[in-house]
Write a protein that binds this ligand. Structure first.
Ligand SMILES: [Zn+2]
Length: 207
């Protein structure tokens, strides 16, 4: 199976929602892709932890197996599969020909998976923005995590020493899923609270 995957750079996939077979670079067929957007796109800016969040899809509590399957699947996918969602995001949320200097920032994930970085990078590529991944999670030791579940939830990032934000730059922290906003807040703080800061997510998951 691994060999087949290696030989076929654009494997035939079934639509994750309806099962129809198509050569897809994403997980829904055209029809289900449009349906997901129609059903879950919400054009309002969300405020979490005092930060402005723009999100392509809003996931209402206790709803949508489709979105949870999408999140799970996308965690392991390569950069190119993120592009279609980044394009959908860009169409809805960004003014065309925006000339503001913009830097899209990602954080490394503590799991070592690249989903957050892929989302950020595909947004930057699609919009012609700069991209950086200067944030690394600070690991709390295992005993502390076991003793205190709250400590496990609280995020903290350390920032690469050579990283600085150019003057008059809009900073976008891109994360594939935003729920409590704690990760975004930790990023905002690690970046020393830039004055022009937004959070861009594929999915905003309401609690
Ligand atoms: Zn379908």
């Amino acid at each position: 199976m691994e060999l087949i995957k290696k030989l076929n750079p654009f494997p035939l996939r079934a639509c994750m929602n309806c099962g129809s077979w198509l050569n897809l670079r994403t997980f829904f067929c055209g029809e289900c892709h449009a349906k997901a957007l129609e059903q879950f796109y919400s054009p309002k800016i969300i405020q979490v932890e005092g930060l402005l969040v723009k999100s392509l899809l809003c996931w209402p509590p206790g709803k949508s197996d489709v979105l949870s399957a999408l999140v799970l699947q996308m965690k392991n996918e390569k950069l190119r599969y993120w592009n279609i969602w980044a394009q959908e995001f860009a169409i809805r949320w960004e003014e065309p020909n925006n000339l503001r200097k913009t830097l899209v920032v990602a954080s490394e994930s503590s799991s070592g998976k690249k989903h957050g970085e892929n989302w950020a990078q595909s947004l930057a590529q699609n919009l012609g923005f700069d991209y950086a991944c200067p944030l690394k999670p600070v690991k709390s030791d295992r005993r502390q995590r076991e003793l205190n579940r709250q400590a496990r939830k609280a995020r903290e990032f350390k920032i690469s020493e050579d990283f600085s934000i150019p003057h008059r730059t809009r900073v976008i922290f891109a994360d594939d899923v935003v729920t409590t906003g704690r990760t975004a807040l930790a990023a905002f703080e690690a970046l020393k609270k830039p004055s022009n800061f937004e959070v861009w997510s594929l999915i905003y998951r309401e609690l």
